[in-house]
Design a protein around this ligand. Structure first.
Ligand code: CA2
Length: 155
């Protein structure tokens, strides 16, 4: 069974508790539950983690090397600042899907640039928690799993 790491960066543990006008009322535990349901349906293994520490996020991306076929990453604020996260992603051979709950391009200019995008196969932003599900569908589709056979346009 292909393994997907779903990794989250700083402050995502506060989801559902603060700033509901920006991030909604869904908690990170809700998102994890949803991801587990969707991953099981798609025949994907899931490792779901969140950290407030940049170095830990880098270590987890390194850990994914040789273990996971894909990374679904919401690096939160490190998206916009971390060359260390970018370098770690560049050492990862599998698929990388960047996810953001909010549409970062409708927000402050400092959120418009993403280091993660430089290493991502695709980016999903602005669809709230559903973005994580979309990312898992994209992974299953690319890996040729239960979501359907791989076709030439996905390579
Ligand atoms: O939209 C996203 O998913 C973000 O990655 C969320 C980050 C933000 O820094 C990015 O620009 C966009 C913030 C993570 C959540 O932060 C919270 C802060 C207070 C209350 C709840 C969540």
């Amino acid at each position: 069974m292909p393994l997907v790491f779903v990794l989250g960066g700083p402050n995502l543990n506060l989801l559902g508790q603060r700033e509901p006008e920006t991030y909604g009322r869904t908690t990170l535990a809700d998102i994890e539950r949803r991801c587990r349901e969707v991953a099981a349906r798609l025949g994907l293994g899931l490792d779901f983690r969140q950290t407030n520490c940049e170095g830990e996020l880098v270590s987890w991306i390194q850990e994914a090397r040789g273990r996971a076929q894909a990374l679904v990453l919401n690096a939160a604020a490190y998206t916009h600042t971390s060359i260390a996260v970018l370098d770690a992603l560049r050492a990862f051979d599998g698929m990388v899907v960047e996810v953001h709950l909010s549409n970062i391009f409708r927000r402050e200019p400092f959120r418009h640039h993403s280091y993660v995008s430089l290493a991502a196969d695709g980016v999903i932003c602005g669809f709230g928690p559903y973005g994580y599900e979309l990312a898992l569908y994209a992974v299953a589709h690319r890996l040729g799993g239960d979501a359907g056979p791989q076709t030439a346009d996905q390579r």
